[in-house]
Design a protein around this ligand. Structure first.
Ligand SMILES: Cc1cc2nc3c(=O)[nH]c(=O)nc-3n(C[C@H](O)[C@H](O)[C@H](O)COP(=O)(O)O)c2cc1C
Length: 353
């Protein structure tokens, strides 16, 4: 019996297996609207047998995008454009998820294949916002957010979550990782505020928790809410695992059902000991100590490796990114290797063995 290919439930949603497609920016939208690329890219991975397919980091506002090519969910038109994609993913037996994001001081950059550098206003860029006017490396300084800005961004997340539900998504993941806005509030390296949103852990966590609580209030009770965090900044004096455990407990108390445990991204040049499964211990510790379901992510590429993570109780699910780009049929191939029933689409039955 494969643990990786055993079904899993959160609230009223059952996942056919524990292979989840990690959110991956495609930088291929105009005005935040998803298009044929997104349908084929996400649709292929649903056909490929994953338990859940998560749409890339999707801006809750135009200024919250990493680049002008990011998807967004700041209007009803965006919700309508996402609806057929969510519908197709579900028609293939996968669950449809979307990651909601605000890039904070790391917004307003060029597409990665054009260098990914910060864009000036003349090149279509915009003024970024952050907890404090502390830049990311040598990038332009963000504007420090006022309390009105904070309230406005909470509302943007809430409105986007409501639209995600209208579009037919079954899971929302809040992006609190990789040095984007919510992570910038958590980390003392980027949050130098002296008001109730800065200082001690409780204060730094206040805004991300407000977002989680406000989204949970509008997100249907039968549907799961995830949060992706960076469990460490990999920098002395930064955000770390101890704080992540406490924060994950607080997220759980506010109705977050699963913490997706990534790391890093807050400061350039952090020394990260990258190796197969290097972030799995964070998912394991948070699962054990915060008592919340976790997802493991990062250099998980082999079926046996993924199987071991689940069967040994290190995490409840695995998120795959690059392995799924290399092979959208990764779950079908992995199921075969693990001797599990592979979720082949009926149309492809003659190729299944
Ligand atoms: C092309 C690409 C785009 C990505 N975009 C996102 C994103 O939108 N949101 C996010 O949280 N992580 C993003 N990531 C990170 C992945 O979700 C994942 O955490 C990381 O690649 C490590 O997993 P892997 O070793 O399986 O690739 C992206 C990664 C890649 C390769």
């Amino acid at each position: 019996m494969s643990s990786l290919f055993s079904a899993y439930s959160l609230r009223g949603v059952e996942f056919r297996n524990r292979v989840f497609v990690s959110p991956m920016c495609q930088y291929s939208s105009r005005d935040g609207l998803p298009n044929d690329w997104h349908m084929v890219h996400l649709g292929s991975r649903a056909v490929g047998g994953a338990g859940l397919v998560c749409v890339e980091a999707t801006g809750v506002s135009p200024e919250g995008r990493i680049s002008p090519g990011d998807t967004g969910l700041w209007s009803e038109e965006h919700a309508r454009a996402f609806a057929p994609i969510a519908s197709f993913i579900k028609s293939q037996g996968a669950r449809a998820a979307i990651q909601l994001a605000h890039a904070g001081r790391k917004a307003s950059t060029d597409l990665p294949w054009r260098g990914g550098k910060p864009l000036g206003e003349r090149e279509g860029g915009w003024q970024t916002i952050a907890p404090s006017a502390v830049p990311f490396g040598d990038w332009p300084a963000p504007r420090e957010m006022t309390n009105d800005d904070i309230e406005a961004v909470v509302k943007q997340f809430v409105d986007a979550a409501r639209r995600a539900s209208e579009a037919g998504f079954e899971v929302v993941e809040l992006h609190m990782a990789h040095g984007y806005l919510l992570h910038e509030f958590l980390s003392p390296l980027s949050n130098r505020r002296e008001d109730e949103f800065g200082g001690g852990l409780e204060n730094r966590a206040r805004f991300p928790l407000q977002v989680a609580e406000a989204v949970r209030a509008v997100w249907p009770a039968e549907l799961p809410l995830f949060a992706r965090i960076s469990a460490t900044d990999w920098v002395e004096g930064g955000w770390d695992l101890e704080q992540s455990v406490v924060f994950s407990r607080w997220l759980k108390e506010r109705g977050v059902d699963l913490v997706d445990c990534s790391t890093g991204g807050l400061v350039p040049g952090a020394r990260i000991p990258v190796a197969p499964g290097y972030q799995v211990p964070f998912a394991e510790r948070i699962r054990g100590e915060a008592g919340v379901a976790t997802g493991a992510v990062g250099l998980i590429t082999e079926p046996e490796q993924a199987e071991e993570i689940i069967s040994s109780g290190k995490a409840d699910v695995v998120f795959l990114a690059r392995a799924e780009l290399r092979d959208p049929y990764w779950p079908l191939h992995a199921a075969k290797q693990l001797g599990a029933q592979a979720p082949w689409p009926v149309q492809y039955g003659r190729a299944a063995d």
